[in-house]
Design a protein around this ligand. Structure first.
Ligand code: N7H
Length: 481
């Protein structure tokens, strides 16, 4: 069921369903010959940009093959291009329209860093922070070698028109860890469904969901030019987000954050604290995330992992938090309960206006035998899409994850007030201070033991960040080049 008007041919492929990737090179560059770059992009790049339509057709093809039991896939290469505020200014001049406030400020602005409690820019990767970043190429494929080959070809086309500031190739993990991020948890389970693109599995009984538990969101939350969410109703159509210029249509904002993960330190912390609390370390880690490593959500498997549930797309996202009012199954501060509180606040309509589409990829090597403190940089190249960086990504980071009072208004079974604490995965305290999370030990199915988890340091550390606009393919062909 495709909504008439969702112009997938014009939207870049990473935005809605994500370029299918086992490896991805992110090439951050500065423009050095703008006019030359514009000519080369028009000549060699625009026709190679992978559209959302191609990605969508590829997903359908993968599903068809899976149904037939065919696991071999044809290699798929993707190419997308994003531009920062500086890149847009280089291409169309200083008199260009002003976009989203957060985008115009940029991820490396002191105000942004302060409002998100991010580590200072002086601690970011030296190379990344060494010069102005005007844009990013996303080059995806089945493995490092083919992605490097595609990247080299692109860089040859572009010659001296750009200077590469930083590049990094990420890849999905292999074997039984495929699809899992570096702490070991299955990722990419819960994404918003897109009205007009994601089919409802059960259109009669659940017309507002794609897969069970996957709420359908109006596309204007992620791509310009379409209706967004209604501010007061969780499923009704709302107005399209404001566009500063008509060429923003079919474009989207991309947030990039290179998040280093201190895996050996995380593992050691979990084992030590679990012993202190007298609980299984796997349960403690699951209570920090809200899901078990298999992907099984605590709301449906509160005490032990359930591998069948974890891998079952029709069941592993089919839950809300409202019927767990005392965090007996899943702590209020667990990463997924913070990042998408579902029905846990006074207004679901409000929560649905703070959704993002995630499209990141892990980077760095596996933990080496004997690596007890991190000696190789590894983590997640976090990428997400939205039409307001301020209302979507930044809101989740600052008002949910970093806010120890969120979700507010919660009570103990006996009536006392609760401070839920920080998201122990991505929450950041001012000045890199210590964080606390309420109720690491489960009081399930009953019980009244009060516990607090103190998290003295970050296991997820920001090492680079930037905000991009992913223009429509038409804008890349016309206004911008
Ligand atoms: Fe998170 N993790 O391993 O703990 N994330 N995340 N994330 N995240 C999710 O449901 C993780 C980060 C969201 O709808 C899962 O798909 C790690 C940032 C949202 O129920 C796991 C890092 C932001 C969801 C992780 C990281 C978010 C989500 C469960 C950094 C935004 C969906 C898999 C290194 C500010 C919630 C799944 C929902 C899920 C982990 C970053 C947001 C396992 C390790 C920066 C919205």
């Amino acid at each position: 069921m495709r909504q008439a008007g969702l112009d997938l041919d014009d939207i870049q492929g990473d935005v809605l369903e994500g370029l299918q990737k086992d490896a991805e090179n992110l090439i951050f560059f500065k423009l050095v010959g703008t006019v030359y770059f514009q000519r080369l992009v028009k000549q060699h790049v625009v026709d190679r940009i992978t559209s959302a339509e191609r990605v969508h057709q590829r997903s359908l093809e993968i599903r068809r093959r899976q149904k037939l039991g065919q696991i071999r896939r044809q290699p798929f290469h993707g190419l997308n291009l994003g531009l920062t505020k500086d890149g847009l200014t280089q291409l169309i001049g200083a008199a260009r329209p002003r976009l989203d406030r957060a985008f115009e400020r940029g991820a490396d602005h002191l105000e942004t860093i302060t409002s998100l409690n991010d580590p200072p820019r002086s601690t970011w990767l030296k190379k990344f922070a060494s010069d102005r970043i005007d844009g990013v190429f996303l080059i995806t494929g089945p493995d490092h070698a083919s992605v490097r080959l595609q990247s080299n070809q692109l860089l040859r086309f572009l010659g001296a028109s750009i200077k590469v500031i930083y590049l990094e190739v990420g890849n999905t993990r292999s074997g039984t860890e495929r699809g899992h991020e570096h702490f070991g948890f299955l990722d990419n389970i819960s994404q918003p469904g897109i009205r007009g693109l994601t089919p409802a599995l059960d259109p009669i009984r659940r017309p507002d969901q794609g897969l069970p538990g996957q709420d359908l969101i109006w596309p204007g939350e992620f791509v310009f030019g379409y209706p967004g969410q209604h501010p007061e109703h969780p499923t009704r159509e709302g107005p399209p987000p404001h566009m500063a210029a008509s060429w923003l249509r079919n474009g989207s904002y991309m947030v990039f954050r290179r998040l280093e993960q201190k895996v050996p330190e995380f593992r050691k912390f979990v084992v030590e604290r679990a012993a202190r609390l007298g609980m299984d370390p796997r349960l403690l880690a699951a209570r920090m995330v809200g899901r078990w490593k298999s992907g099984a959500p605590l709301e449906l498997a509160p005490l032990r992992d359930d591998l069948g549930l974890g891998g079952d797309k029709k069941r592993n996202n089919d839950f809300e938090f409202g019927d767990d009012p005392f965090q007996r199954k899943c702590p209020y501060a667990a990463h997924i309960r913070k990042a998408n509180p579902r029905d846990d606040t006074a207004s679901k309509a409000e929560v649905q206006r703070h959704r993002i589409i995630r499209a990141g990829i892990p980077f760095g090597p596996e933990v080496a035998p004997g690596e007890t403190t991190t000696s190789h940089s590894r983590g997640l190249m976090f990428v997400c899409y939205q039409t307001s960086i301020e209302r979507q990504f930044e809101f989740i980071q600052s008002h949910y994850a970093n806010n120890h009072d969120f979700v507010d208004g919660k009570r103990r079974p006996g009536g006392g007030a609760v401070t839920p604490g920080f998201d122990p995965i991505i929450g950041q305290a001012a000045g890199n201070g210590a964080r606390e999370m309420d109720e690491p030990f489960p009081n399930f199915p009953a019980g009244n033991r009060r516990t607090t988890l103190e998290v003295p340091s970050q296991f997820v550390v920001l090492t680079a960040a930037a905000y991009f606009f992913m223009p429509s393919i038409t804008a890349l062909r016309t206004v911008l080049t």
